[in-house]
Design a protein around this ligand. Structure first.
Ligand SMILES: [Zn+2]
Length: 430
């Protein structure tokens, strides 16, 4: 049988960017992060002309290219896998639990380079860029760095990655980075410090900030998790469960569900959200509860990627709007519950998961026990961060790459020193 011909490259005419605040619809240039009109912050979303969301005969992320804001397809971009999980469901009191698994699990066909759904974001963001793009500036707590480093290296796209030094082991992979991928660490810092330094670099006129949740490609890349599960089950879940830092994956799942309904694929109700964070440091949870906790710089959590201190709660289309539209809310898990959930998952399913994914599982188990999720509800648990230990056993990794510049966290936290550090980093890119 001859393989189907390659589809033509996707074009920008297939979609427009829509502003949820003023309703403006604009053409995309591959970089735009905000509405051109003057109003409060709002997350643009993409509106696709095609009713079809999956291309028959194709595999990987770009199977969903009809609903991705891309103009190039990045070969070898893997997709998540959706799986029924009856045994795990029985352990926590659910009869219809599904997983969408983002990680490494060879028996199930999962092999994402960063072992997380960040590879879905990176594949879509890189596919969205215009020809001859500016240097992409990415701030990361680790997994995004790994995904963008791998993607930019494969596709010869220049990027600057800013991350806390504790996360360097996440980049331990295939050896040294190519010269186009520049790495800067904030030593002794956290994710917020990485964001502050990356922001200062771009405000100095160097590079293009990748944009995080404001980048429509990131969200629609993540939205393929819900599309994958919808293809496998033919239904929308009644409850969508995920651990969140910014909430981009949850907003993306909601947007994908809205599109499936708008294009007539289903009349199922929109899934309500159950979003998890670390009990000791839970910025989104606290915003949702209307609580203010002083940030304790010494607090340690098992899943630091869930600690974004300035999450997009209030912007139009952000997490507050998501919870108002979808229902549900935030939950938290402490370290003991998180570790117990990790052990349970590995014992039942036979693959390791990271603390972030376990935070979501622990929160789901609590919600079932408390009756806020009914035993017979159709639940989709997004597991992101899976199989890292298995992969390390299967494929020994090289040492992590050495950063070009190391900036002490104290310098990032001092406005004057931060400007000087940003200038030094910016000179790296000339
Ligand atoms: Zn607008």
């Amino acid at each position: 049988m001859t393989p189907p011909p390659n589809p033509p490259p996707p074009t920008r005419e297939r979609y427009r960017l829509c502003c949820p605040e003023c309703g403006a619809r604009t053409a995309d240039d591959g970089l735009r992060l905000t509405c051109p009109a003057e109003h409060g912050p709002a997350l643009l979303s993409a509106e696709y002309t095609s009713a079809r969301f999956a291309t028959p005969g194709r595999t990987g992320l770009f199977r969903y290219a009809d609903w991705l804001p891309v103009v190039r397809e990045v070969p070898d971009s893997p997709a998540p896998v959706a799986l029924p999980a009856p045994a795990l469901g029985a352990e926590i009191g659910l009869t219809d639990l599904w997983l969408v698994f983002n990680g490494y699990w060879p028996e199930r066909g999962a092999d994402l380079p960063s072992c997380t759904f960040k590879d879905l974001e990176a594949g879509a963001v890189l596919g969205r860029l215009p020809d001859r793009p500016p240097v992409l500036v990415v701030a990361s707590a680790g997994n995004t760095a790994a995904a963008f480093a791998a993607g930019c290296a494969r596709h010869d796209i220049r990027c600057l990655i800013v991350m806390p030094d504790f996360a360097l082991p996440r980049l331990a992979g295939d050896g040294p980075l190519p010269s186009g991928v520049r790495l800067v660490t904030v030593d002794g810092g956290d994710y917020d410090d990485a964001i502050a330094l990356a922001t200062a670099v771009t405000e100095g006129g160097v590079g293009q900030f990748e944009g995080g949740i404001r980048n429509v490609a990131r969200r629609d890349g993540l939205g393929t998790c819900l599309l994958t599960a919808f293809e496998a089950t033919g239904r929308l879940p009644e409850v969508y469960v995920q651990a969140v830092g910014s909430g981009a994956g949850a907003v993306a799942a909601h947007e994908a569900a809205l599109r499936l309904r708008a294009h007539g694929h289903t009349t199922d109700p929109l899934p309500r959200m159950l979003l998890g964070q670390n009990a000791a440091l839970a910025p989104l949870h606290d915003l949702w509860r209307g609580e203010r906790r002083p940030r304790d710089p010494g607090v340690e959590v098992l899943a630091p990627e869930l600690t974004n201190g300035a999450p997009p709660y209030l912007p139009r289309g952000g997490v507050r709007d998501l919870l108002r539209s979808a229902g549900g809310g935030l939950c938290v898990a402490d370290a003991a519950a998180t570790r117990a959930a990790q052990r349970l998952f590995e014992w039942v399913e036979g693959i390791d998961i990271e603390p972030a994914a376990a935070v979501a599982l622990a929160g789901l188990a609590d919600a079932v026990a408390a009756g806020s999720v009914r035993p017979d509800e159709r639940v989709l648990l997004n597991v992101t961060g899976g199989g890292r230990q298995r992969r390390a056993a299967d494929r020994p990794a090289a040492d992590p790459p050495r950063p070009r510049v190391r900036v002490p966290a104290g310098d990032v936290r001092d406005p004057h020193a931060r400007q000087l550090a940003a200038k030094q980093v910016g000179e790296l890119l000339d």
